[in-house]
Design a protein. Structure first.
Length: 171
């Protein structure tokens, strides 16, 4: 059992480095987009909007997902790392958590890009992403604010911040 533990440790270290590397590259992509250059949101990409919008917007949403949402599973991954080898908490399970979570957010990115294209084509938002109606902007702001007080938001946040309860309950 000690030999298996020694083989798993370097692999997990490499996976952690790879995970943080993906997050850092995604943040570099966001920085690059904020400057208006680069391959994600440069002048050539903006010219594609709104007609070629989905393929111009999907990579942007995917990179933003990687930068902002992947770090939110760090408590889950750290908790998974503390599970004993006897519980068969191996490298494949760790990778499965990351890949499953990423796939959910990539599907979300697909939906967000499609909604943004629809909003662009119907003049709900302008090319910079700003909502064109003050009433709609106010309504969206109100809905986002009210979400903060819902039980669903609390349940999701509790599950994400204390993942050991999930592992104990579902192992």
């Amino acid at each position: 059992m000690a030999v298996r533990r020694l083989r798993v440790m370097p692999m997990r270290a490499a996976m952690w480095l790879g995970f943080y590397g993906v997050v850092l590259v995604a943040w570099w992509g966001i920085y690059d987009m904020s400057r208006g250059g680069g391959f994600l949101c440069g002048p050539d990409t903006v010219r594609l909007l709104p007609l070629g919008g989905f393929w111009a917007l999907f990579p942007m949403w995917a990179v933003m997902m990687a930068a902002m949402m992947l770090p939110t599973i760090i408590p889950t991954l750290r908790t998974y790392d503390t599970l004993p080898v006897a519980a068969k908490a191996g490298v494949s399970g760790w990778a499965g958590i990351v890949l499953g979570y990423s796939m959910v957010w990539l599907v979300g990115s697909t939906g967000f890009a499609a909604l943004q294209v629809i909003a662009l084509n119907n003049y709900i938002v302008d090319l910079t992403g700003v909502v064109t109606s003050r009433w709609l902007a106010s309504g969206l702001f109100l809905v986002a604010g009210l979400w903060q007080f819902t039980n669903t938001k609390e349940a999701c946040q509790d599950a994400c911040l204390t993942p050991m309860q999930f592992f104990i309950g579902h192992w």
